[in-house]
Design a protein around this ligand. Structure first.
Ligand code: PMP
Ligand code: G9A
Length: 409
């Protein structure tokens, strides 16, 4: 075992129990590999840099600094900048059909990743049951890990989480006198699988949440990035009683480097999350919040998103066509209507983790599917991101990957 600070473990007996159990996130670690020269990366969920509205941000920033420099450069309240929270209330009620929300239903966070951590801190005691669709977002598993939940996994198919299975599990848990703390789902253009939950399942999920009195955490970073198919309402739009806690972020429609996101949910839960946030980072950067507010209020977001969609739709199509052209028989993949990822299933006997060093030798990299399962099974799967590489790299990278898979078969 290599330790970054040498072989001698001077700190081992000084670390807390929590620190001892920390594990590197697959995606964060792979970012180092993806920075090597000539590597084609299908790994990290990175937006394409050409999607960043640099000039819009520059113009907004100059204008706002003149107007609000005193507030933008000062500490802000933990809840977030009030005018930004009001802008979000209006945007989500008008454009997304969210019901019964006000300023105090919203907490601004430094990325949805912080939102996930705050939820863990607010809701999970060791051993508490969390229901997750699988595969699920690896960053959520990283965020919840500190709080030691017990996972109940619900498999997905092409229509998202299998709600019949969920109902059966909820019934079983109830019979055993157990109640999950929440159900975590990414219903739209799921990370990592690329699938979208059907409207019928969304409605049933809300009914089950009410019937079993369980919170649903809807994590939705990709909903604006639809390339094909019919839009479906967010779970939060189908909920008027506070059973859904919604996590939204501007990472995929503005910039992940700005670290700006928000939680929308029941006021009591939001208030507790505010208290949890006070000890984490005091407040999300007011500087960035003012810019984000103007990006939405000034209509820049609505005019910029179609450009991102055009860019990514082309990339998705090139990846799907290249998979068709180069991947061998026996390999399957999902066909996302939006978002940033698709999910590949190799023949049962192949292990994507064992293939990874071969892939890196061939200068292509992906995330192993097992990273998206709490128990790290489903070893014959992998996630491919299609938004970061150039169009040429997508075809070349799929060719390289196809070669690695064919050799292994
Ligand atoms: N949730 C999901 C499902 C994600 O895919 C991501 C980013 N890849 C996040 C949360 C975190 O996003 P951010 O912290 O940038 O808002
Ligand atoms: O860089 C990150 O960790 C965010 C990306 C998440 C992902 O690849 O799913």
């Amino acid at each position: 075992m290599q330790f970054p600070y040498g072989e001698i473990k001077m700190w081992e007996n000084k670390f807390s129990q929590v620190a001892r159990e920390l594990r590197a996130s697959e995606i964060r670690e792979l970012l180092k590999v993806t920075q090597m020269p000539d590597i084609i990366s299908f790994a990290g969920g990175l937006p394409n840099p050409s999607s960043f509205p640099v000039e819009i941000i520059r113009d907004i920033t100059v204008k706002l600094l003149e107007r609000y420099g005193d507030k933008m450069l000062q500490y802000g309240s933990t809840e977030g900048v009030n005018s930004f929270r009001d802008t979000l209330v209006e945007y989500y009620m008008k454009n997304k059909g969210f019901k019964n929300i006000e300023r105090d239903n919203i907490l601004i966070t430094s990325g949805s990743q912080e939102g996930l951590y705050l939820l863990g801190k607010t809701l999970i005691d060791p051993g508490d049951i969390i229901v997750v669709e699988t595969p699920t977002y690896v960053g959520a598993l990283t965020a919840f890990r500190t709080f030691k939940p017990h996972y109940v996994q619900i498999e997905m198919d092409s229509e998202g989480m299998n709600i019949d299975l969920l109902e059966r599990k909820l019934k079983e848990l109830k019979r055993d006198g157990k109640k999950p703390k929440f159900i975590y789902t990414i219903p739209t253009f799921q990370n990592p699988a690329g699938v979208t939950m059907s409207l019928e399942r969304r409605k049933r999920l809300i009914e089950l949440a009410k019937e079993y009195d369980v919170l649903v955490v809807e994590d939705s970073p990709y909903e604006e990035l639809r390339f094909s198919g019919e839009p479906v309402p967010q779970l939060k739009a189908l909920d008027s009683e506070g059973y859904v806690l919604y996590l939204g972020t501007l990472s995929k429609v503005l910039s992940p480097g700005m670290r700006i996101a928000f939680m929308i949910g029941d006021k009591e839960l939001i208030h507790k999350a505010v208290l949890a946030k006070q000890g984490v980072d005091l407040c999300t950067s007011p500087f960035v919040q003012y810019i984000a507010e103007e990006y939405i209020k000034g209509g820049y977001m609505s005019s910029h998103i179609p450009k991102i969609i055009k860019l990514y739709k082309e990339k998705r199509d090139i990846m799907l066509n290249s998979l068709e052209d180069y991947f061998p028989d026996g390999v399957k993949w999902t066909r996302p209507d939006g978002g940033m990822f698709l999910w590949v299933t190799l023949p049962k006997h192949l292990d994507a983790e064992k293939l990874l060093p071969k892939a890196i030798e061939n200068k292509v990299v992906y995330v192993i599917g097992a990273a998206f399962y709490p128990n790290r099974d489903h070893k014959n799967t992998m996630r491919l991101n299609f938004t970061y590489p150039t169009n040429e790299e997508i075809e070349e990278g799929i060719k390289r990957l196809a070669k690695v898979i064919k050799e292994a078969i």
